[in-house]
Design a protein around this ligand. Structure first.
Ligand SMILES: C[S@@+](CC[C@H](N)C(=O)[O-])C[C@H]1O[C@@H](n2cnc3c(N)ncnc32)[C@H](O)[C@@H]1O
Length: 233
């Protein structure tokens, strides 16, 4: 029997209409769908495509931590083996990946474990970083500008070093790290350029002036965009 195919399915930042035609075709035709479920409020993938999932599709909720600590490795091992059982039985499995699978995605841990063993295809998705620029109406880069994407989880000194002198930047994984980031942006004179958005493209999307944000209220699904200062002619 031929093994099933593993799909890493990029499903975009939240608006179901931002699924690609390819992601929609695969999502609605595979017999098995897997998606992460751990950490309250941090699970978005299934909700994005809930209207497209059919009752006869097998679902594998995967309790995956959003961390790379050694203690989280067994979660990925277990999830990978659950998926491997279906693949070995000849069933295709689509793993739902919020945004773009290969950009800070939990899918990469499954990819590393399963791609060497089974036929695998990654379907690119619209990343929250790109969708946010569109929602904010903020062109990110022009001409020779360099775009830096970085997680707010970096320690303060590293973040400061990385942000100093950027042409344009996107800072993801804000949540409880917001206050640290805001202080650094202030120190670097970047606060007046920084744009904040949460839940981009979702029904409850919120765009608020960064100086008006209560750090205690910042959700995981938020980011800061610092657009380039270069102007097109
Ligand atoms: C683990 S990363 C995954 C990124 C994802 N693979 C992508 O391409 O968008 C999660 C971070 O992406 C950002 N993010 C994802 N979706 C978002 C959205 N709809 N609005 C704002 N930020 C979002 C947040 O900063 C969040 O903490």
């Amino acid at each position: 029997m031929n093994a099933g195919k593993l799909y890493g399915l990029g499903i975009g930042p939240g608006d179901p209409e931002l699924l690609t035609l390819k992601a929609h075709r695969i999502l609605t035709s595979v017999p098995v769908i897997a998606y992460p479920t751990l950490e309250n409020g941090k699970v978005l993938a299934r909700a994005i495509v809930a209207d497209f999932i059919r009752p006869n599709q097998i679902e594998i909720p995967m309790p995956l931590p959003f961390s790379v600590e050694r203690s989280s490795q067994p979660h990925y091992d277990i999830a990978a083996e659950k998926i491997a059982l279906h693949l070995s039985a000849g069933r295709d499995v689509a793993v739902l990946c919020e945004g773009e699978p290969m950009l800070y995605g939990t899918f990469m841990y499954l990819f590393k474990r399963l791609a060497p063993r089974f036929p695998t295809e990654v379907v690119p998705g619209i990343s929250s970083t790109m969708a946010s620029a569109a929602m904010l109406g903020a062109p990110i880069t022009f001409r020779n500008d360099v775009l830096s994407i970085m997680p707010a989880t970096l320690d303060a000194q590293t973040l400061r070093d990385r942000l100093a002198g950027v042409d344009a930047a996107v800072i993801i994984k804000l949540g409880r790290h917001f206050a640290k980031v805001r202080t650094i942006l202030d120190e670097l004179g970047l606060l007046n350029r920084a744009l904040y958005i949460e839940r981009a493209t979702q029904p409850n999307q919120r765009i608020v002036a960064i100086t008006k944000i209560d750090p205690a209220e910042v959700p995981y699904w938020s980011l800061i965009l610092i657009p380039s200062q270069t102007q097109p002619q």
